[in-house]
Ligand binder design. Structure first.
Ligand SMILES: [Zn+2]
Length: 332
């Protein structure tokens, strides 16, 4: 048993309370490589932002749970070395699919876990979420739950269609499950292809896809029913067009990739939404930099030569999200 407290990590309780009261959102960046971790920590330290570093089950299998635990501890120590006296870093399990996986993470240094029972029948979702909450709270670990289904593909989480969260269920669900935060479905979506061209309109000037707007009416209804309760948005990458264009200009093939417009995420951050998940944008920033590098310097073969610009590009993206979209800068 390794408690996250020994690693210098924090849970989300205080962080979320401050974010809801302050009208901003905490960035939740997925990571599984050294360069992503370094870029996240550098961005958080430079902007004085709290940060959630999250891993999915697939990422944990890829990177190894033991290594990730020490990377999170390394992230805390690195932040201090960079001059941050009291880093606020959460190690979070993204889309835990069983009590056993959540327990294993809690026993191995995670300070926050998500149990995603959104594909289960309602009562079953409550039952297992509650089981996770009881174990987690005994170890002062916070729990995110999910109601409603997001469309899109994220590692092993995939759904063809989305089902918006039903506002009439949120009070019963959060009260009976005891969860600390709730991921809702209001039209965000996993992956770099969040909407099909049929779901979008096309900008007549640029020919680019314009996605349908998020269901802010549902978000506001949920806020009214659960005043001050921390709400989470998954699948909230913006899929920046310049990164997609760079990838496509250097041998990539991402036709019609489309994300959530940043103005909408900015608006959501000011509400009870206090955690916004961003994964695809980091993947795109990394891939764009690497593709460009290989194209321009085909003779390079030292990984540091192309991973350095990849790290720089991710860091730039993380800083942009923190300062221009979520507003979590200068909060430490
Ligand atoms: Zn997700």
């Amino acid at each position: 048993m390794t408690s996250y407290k020994e690693l210098g990590l924090v849970n989300t309780r205080e962080m979320f309370a401050k974010a809801v009261a302050g009208g901003y959102a905490i960035p939740a960046f997925n990571f599984n490589t050294l360069e992503q971790m370094q870029a996240i920590v550098q961005a958080a330290v430079e902007t004085k932002s709290p940060v959630i570093m999250q891993v999915s089950k697939g990422a944990r299998n890829y990177a190894n749970g033991t290594i990730l635990r020490y990377m999170a501890q390394g992230a805390v120590e690195y932040a201090k070395e960079l001059g941050c006296e009291k880093p606020q870093i959460v190690l979070h399990l993204d889309h835990g699919d069983s009590f056993e996986l959540c327990k294993d993470c809690i026993d191995n240094g995670f300070s926050s876990v998500m149990f995603d029972g959104s594909s289960l029948p309602y009562e079953e979702n409550i039952r297992i979420t509650k089981q996770v909450v009881e174990y987690a709270h005994a170890h002062d670990v916070t729990v995110e739950a999910e109601l409603g289904v997001l469309a899109g593909v994220e590692d092993e989480v995939a759904s063809e269609v989305s089902h918006y969260t039903k506002p009439e269920e949120v009070v019963d669900f959060s009260t009976r499950s005891g969860c600390d935060s709730l991921a809702i479905s209001i039209g965000t979506s996993h992956g770099a292809y969040k909407f099909t061209p049929e779901q979008c309109t096309r900008d007549p000037k640029t020919g680019k896809l314009v996605p349908p707007p998020l269901a802010f009416d549902i978000l506001h209804e949920i806020e009214k029913k659960l005043p001050g309760f921390p709400i989470v948005l998954h699948g909230s990458s913006s899929v920046p067009q310049d990164e997609v264009d760079t990838i496509n200009a250097h041998g990539g093939k991402l036709p019609d990739a489309v994300g959530i417009p940043e103005e909408q995420l900015r608006e959501a951050s000011k509400s009870a939404v206090c955690k916004i998940n961003i994964d695809s944008d980091s993947r795109l920033a990394m891939t764009a930099a690497i593709r460009k590098h290989f194209d321009e310097k085909p003779g390079d073969f030292d990984p540091r030569q192309y991973l350095k610009p990849a790290r720089e590009n991710m860091k730039k993206m993380y800083i942009h999200k923190i300062v221009e979209v979520l507003g979590s800068n200068d909060k430490l």
